[in-house]
Design a protein around this ligand. Structure first.
Ligand SMILES: Nc1nc2c(c(=O)[nH]1)N[C@H]1C(S)=C(S)[C@@H](COP(=O)(O)OP(=O)(O)OC[C@H]3O[C@@H](n4cnc5c(=O)[nH]c(N)nc54)[C@H](O)[C@@H]3O)O[C@H]1N2
Ligand SMILES: Nc1nc2c(c(=O)[nH]1)N[C@H]1C(S)=C(S)[C@@H](COP(=O)(O)OP(=O)(O)OC[C@H]3O[C@@H](n4cnc5c(=O)[nH]c(N)nc54)[C@H](O)[C@@H]3O)O[C@H]1N2
Ligand code: SF4
Ligand SMILES: [Mo]
Length: 666
């Protein structure tokens, strides 16, 4: 039997051996037998630290008492019925399977009638979603991982696949042996940067300046693709006018790199025929996250580096099924599948779901839900497969906010989340190993997730949502025989998308066990984009002054991110001894020169403070830009430090640009 990894967006396929041991599947095109330590350790997570009984209490001051699912679900249904739809919110996760997501989204938008159904993918991929929609007209990743095998130049900007997409990094290393050139643009000389032909230690938040300098130079030297621009894009006049008004030297200086390095980047771009740019949180999680995405995609459009093998802008999705959540329509900004809120789409969806309760327009996004809660505007908050108290920025504010919600429900497979102490009801769900369904990896590959242990009396996430739907009186709408029935209803719904690009309706639930299905293959190959004019939209963007530049009080910029063997809050990985060997859970990286200036020794206990909070941890010396610090998100306290600013378009948090100070603890 085979299943797919439930950690990162690469989506490696595993063979299940005796005693549930996992091994990479050699014939699977995504990982070809490869895997990483974290993924393989999933076989050790089936029993550890599990939440196994529904728990309820009246107030967060009380102790939890055990309950039955039906009692807890009746209380949830009652609370929903006692308020108005607009005061109910669902907070979902890019780690849920498509079927779990589909039923939750149908419950929220279709039957409770609340538009406030969003997901932790807002903190992760929202800037890329908006970037693709504004340029290509559709949320579509126009590159596959296999393109790495044939490209000539790979630019990784704000991404650290050596730690965050480990098997993809193995593929990159292999491609380097046949001559692939790699550029890494990151304020930290990461494990990925150490593999690069060119490393540019960018100043945080200045990527647009670098990209503008590059575009300006490429156009000046005639390396843009005039035929492509003329035939397939709009907005070139505005772009060129904007770029010409900028000064190249000032842009390079602002980006914090040397002229010499810039020239090397230009040469690499001009010398290579096929180019991919890959990016992740270093660009997405920023106040200008959407604009960062627009800049990268525009660069690829004006050079015609798109819609051909081995080329294109490749947003590297983080979570295993953040793509699936986008396809199902789990973001508050979409209604269902790839349908936005328009009158026509509402009519189609109302007919499909047989409901008259659909919201009129999009709802609160992830952080906005907590902002609304802080204003006392939410009565019921249902959280599934994610830990917002841990992961949302400015944690003190988020803790205050959640305390103002009268019913907080947490659906989790494990004990010990940071959200659990704030919940009134905690419902257990079965995790990886016990559940089945489908998920979509970062390059649109849809695969079957298989249960390899019997799940017993506990429910899978979608079953919990279906039971809430039934308790609200919608028996028929939520009466599914099994997971396959949910998938097939979802498939049928993908036919509602106007251009039928989301051709998940062509997949087959049984066949997915052995053959992956890649949706949307070739839909842009004729360069007809999904915008009204069918032309891609070029965007001219510039760097705005950041409201939180380092100053005398808070002279450092805090960067946050991942380490190879830990998965986010570590509800699973932190429980496994062997995954602690590579890096500890808690530390702060500081440049040795900064440390020397402040009298900080390696290994010393240090306190880091921002305008929002403070924490004490251990100093480690590292090669990162002087003036920046790095704390891994395996330190669950990290968001006591971060600011609650969000990108105005994508609503994604600005996790990487908080001003902080550091000093010896004590
Ligand atoms: N081991 C492991 N793997 C994971 C995860 C995990 O928890 N653990 N999580 C998964 C998820 S959900 C996600 S979203 C992905 C994230 O994947 P990545 O984004 O590759 O991971 P991060 O560690 O957040 O790396 C972001 C990089 O951006 C850099 N950066 C910060 N600010 C800037 C900037 O202004 N400009 C530029 N150019 N760079 C900047 C940081 O120094 C950091 O190296 O990883 C996925 N994979
Ligand atoms: N400072 C800072 N903050 C960040 C980020 C950053 O880079 N810096 N990154 C952001 C990003 S990109 C992301 S994706 C988020 C991640 O943040 P979270 O989503 O909060 O992180 P996880 O620890 O993966 O939480 C998943 C939860 O699901 C539970 N779980 C596991 N299996 C199941 C299951 O089958 N069903 C259910 N119901 N629950 C299950 C786990 O026990 C765990 O509590 O963090 C965001 N926050
Ligand atoms: S690279 Fe990602 S998908 Fe593959 S085994 Fe590791 S965590 Fe799982
Ligand atoms: Mo993420």
């Amino acid at each position: 039997m085979e299943t797919v990894c439930s950690y990162c967006g690469v989506g490696c396929k595993f063979e299940i051996q005796e005693h549930g041991r996992l091994r990479g599947v050699k014939s699977y095109p995504i990982n070809r037998g490869r895997s990483c330590a974290k993924g393989l350790s999933l076989s050790d997570t089936l029993e550890i630290n599990r939440l196994t009984t529904p728990l309820m209490r009246d107030t967060t001051e009380d102790a939890f008492g055990s309950a039955r699912y039906d009692e807890a679900i009746a209380r949830i249904a009652q609370a929903i019925q006692n308020t108005v739809p607009d005061r109910v919110a669902l907070y979902l996760s890019g780690q849920m399977l498509n079927e779990d997501y589909y039923v939750a989204n149908k419950l929220a938008k279709g039957f409770i009638g609340t538009p406030h159904c969003d997901t932790n993918s807002r903190t992760c991929m929202a800037s890329a979603v908006v970037g693709y929609k504004k340029t290509l007209g559709v949320d579509y990743v126009p590159v596959r991982m296999e393109d790495i095998d044939t490209t000539n130049l790979l630019i990784l900007i704000g991404a650290n696949p050596a730690e965050a997409h480990v098997v993809l990094m193995q593929r990159i290393k292999k491609a380097r042996k046949r001559g692939l050139k790699v550029v890494v643009i990151d304020p930290r000389r990461t494990a990925t940067a150490k593999e690069a032909d060119l490393y540019l230690p960018i100043r945080p938040g200045r990527d647009i300046d670098l990209i503008n300098a590059l575009m300006r130079r490429l156009i000046a030297e005639g390396f843009h693709d005039e035929a492509f621009i003329h035939a397939h894009t709009e907005g070139f006049e505005t772009l060129i006018e904007g770029l010409l008004a900028l000064d190249e030297d000032s842009l390079i200086k602002s980006a914090g790199i040397t002229t010499e390095d810039f020239e090397k980047l230009v040469t690499l771009w001009c010398e290579n025929e096929r180019i991919i740019t890959g990016w992740t949180m270093g660009l997405n999680q920023a106040l200008q996250g959407t604009e960062n995405n627009l800049a990268v995609i525009t660069l690829h459009l004006i050079t015609g580096q798109i819609n051909r093998p081995g080329c294109g802008p490749l947003s590297l999705t983080g979570q295993p099924n953040a793509m699936g959540g986008r396809e199902v329509g789990g973001l508050a900004t979409t209604l269902a599948v790839h349908l936005d809120y328009t009158e026509t789409n509402r009519a189609k969806v109302a007919e499909f779901w047989q409901t008259d309760r659909l919201p009129i327009a999009g709802g609160l996004t992830a952080y906005e839900m907590l902002q609304a809660a802080h204003r006392g505007e939410l009565d019921v908050l249902i959280i599934c497969h994610t830990d917002p108290i841990y992961h949302l920025p400015n944690r003190r504010f988020v803790e205050e906010a959640i305390a103002r919600v009268s019913l907080v429900v947490e659906i989790n497979a494990y004990e010990g989340s940071e959200t659990a102490p704030h919940a009134h009801i905690r419902l257990p769900a079965v995790p990886f190993g016990y559940k089945e369904g489908t998920q979509t990896n970062l390059d649109r590959t849809l695969t079957r997730v298989e249960a390899f242990e019997p799940k017993g009396d506990l429910l899978q996430d979608w079953e919990i949502f279906a039971r809430i739907g039934q308790a609200l009186g919608h028996e028929k709408a939520f009466d599914y025989a099994d997971t396959r029935a949910v998938f097939e209803e979802y498939q049928a719904m993908t036919r509602l998308s106007e251009r039928e690009h989301l051709n998940i309706f062509d997949a087959d639930y049984e066949a997915l066990k052995t053959e992956p299905f890649v949706w949307g293959e070739g839909v842009l190959s004729s360069n007809r984009f999904f915008t009204p004019s069918q032309r891609a939209q070029l965007h001219f963007v510039t760097t705005n002054p950041h409201p939180e530049e380092p100053d005398e009080d808070y002279p450092f910029l805090l960067l946050t991110g991942r380490t190879r063997d830990q998965w986010h809050s570590g509800s699973k990985t932190a429980q496994i001894e062997k995954l602690h060997k590579y890096k500890p859970l808690r530390f702060v990286e500081i440049h040795p020169k900064d440390a020397a200036y402040l009298g900080i020794a390696e290994g010393q206990s240090v306190t880091i403070s921002s305008r929002y909070g403070t924490l004490t941890t251990e100093a480690r010396f590292a090669d990162l830009r002087p003036g920046t610090l790095f704390i891994p998100i395996s330190d669950r306290r990290v968001n006591y430090l971060t600011s609650g600013r969000i990108d105005p378009y994508s609503k994604e948090p600005d996790y990487n640009h908080t001003a902080v100070r550091i000093g010896v603890a004590g």
